[in-house]
Write a protein that binds this ligand. Structure first.
Ligand code: ZN
Length: 381
């Protein structure tokens, strides 16, 4: 019989020995290949950093020259480790580029376009907001037939909804002087970068405006309170920021607005007077209901602001593009409402915010900065 014979045991032993050799060798080859790939990458990075330093492009007081490298790096933790080992001073100033930021956020941050797990709500928002500005009309054409819901009663029934949702303080407004005024506005927050934005605004003693997308969470409420306590204006942006939903009808818009309004009130005790439409007052998603919503919101006393300078941070602008966009678009305007974003993908905004502020402060026109209030003449598309 083969089973149990000497030949059987011989084959068994040979088989086991072969496996004992093959498995570790295979594993070694796999890990070895991976490691050599990694060390090649690290060596390349080390070389790039060295070249940058030699070329004089990296000034330790301005570590942004390293950012392109950092953003391109697949191994961000490795990048930071390497930098810290090769040049502690440069590392310290690089990390301090975003002073109020928790280093763990810094490391886990994924630049826009990188593959990540399911996008967070606010990242979705951003891409949608970009889409709202740029989307071709045909993509939104079926919108009304698919999403529009007829009002249950008379067409004006929405005027009776939410009787407490009125803003009584906005009649007989006298507008403030606004020549050479700049109004920084941050949409879509709060986010993990809100405190960074607040840090820079405080550093230069600037009051700004946050058009928020409040979630109602404790963390969100804490940040809303912080924004309010710092003296900035909070305006309503949206609760869901989902274009197809909020622009489905006037009722849908009011419901979303009321949700956001209540959340801000619960967190801060503030009854918002200002708002900004997701995607701006004119976008491809609201063409059928735009006029009715504006009329109804105006009737209720709320004031909306669009913008006349777009940093394009929600459209994927790099920090250098953002800088150029803001500085060039401010030129030739008697006053400017500047659109930026406070969202979890908004790393570039944080990087460049201080440079933008400094450049505007040092401009020969001696700009003044203000928060938007009901006494600021509305800027609308
Ligand atoms: Zn938005």
């Amino acid at each position: 019989l083969y089973f149990g014979s000497v030949k059987f045991f011989k084959h068994l032993i040979i088989g086991v020995v072969a496996l004992l050799i093959i498995i570790p060798v295979t594993l070694c080859i796999i890990f070895g290949a991976e490691n050599s790939g990694k060390s090649r990458e690290i060596a390349a990075l080390e070389e790039q950093i060295a070249q940058l330093r030699e070329s004089g492009a990296v000034d330790p007081s301005d570590p942004k020259a390293l950012l392109d490298l950092y953003e391109k790096s697949d191994e961000k933790e490795e990048f930071l480790r390497l930098l810290s080992e090769s040049d502690a001073e440069l590392y310290a100033s690089f990390v301090k580029t975003v002073p109020a930021m928790n280093i763990s956020d810094y490391i886990s941050y994924s630049a826009p376009g990188e593959t990540t797990a399911a996008p967070s709500q606010s990242e979705e928002i951003t891409s949608e907001e970009s889409a709202a500005v740029t989307a071709a009309p045909e993509t939104t054409a079926p919108f009304r037939t698919t999403s529009y819901t007829e009002p249950a009663e008379s067409p004006s029934s929405y005027t009776e909804l939410y009787p407490e949702l009125y803003c009584y303080g906005t009649s007989d407004i006298i507008y403030d002087a606004d020549e050479d005024y700049l109004y920084l506005t941050f949409d879509d927050g709060p986010s993990k970068y809100t405190e960074n934005i607040l840090y820079y605004l405080d550093k230069y003693n600037i009051k700004a405006t946050f058009f928020v997308v409040p979630s109602g969470s404790d963390e969100c409420n804490r940040l809303l309170k912080k924004i309010a306590d710092a003296g900035h204006t909070i305006g309503i942006h949206s609760a869901s920021h989902v274009y197809n939903e909020i622009y489905a009808s006037v009722e849908a818009y009011l419901e979303d607005f009321k949700t956001a309004y209540d959340r801000v009130y619960n967190a801060t005790g503030i009854k918002c007077e200002l708002f900004r439409f997701p995607g701006g007052s004119i976008n491809d998603y609201n063409c059928y209901v735009r006029d009715e919503i504006i009329e109804e919101m105006t009737r209720r006393g709320f004031i909306y602001f669009d913008w006349n300078v777009d940093s394009e941070d929600a459209l994927g602008a790099t920090w250098t593009q953002m800088y150029t966009n803001v500085l060039s678009e401010v030129e030739g305007k008697t006053r400017a409402v500047i659109l930026m974003h406070d969202h979890n993908g908004g790393y570039n905004t944080i990087l460049v915010l201080e440079d933008i502020i400094k450049a505007l402060i040092n401009d020969e026109r001696c700009f003044k900065f203000g928060p938007l209030t009901k006494n600021v003449r509305p800027l609308q598309f």
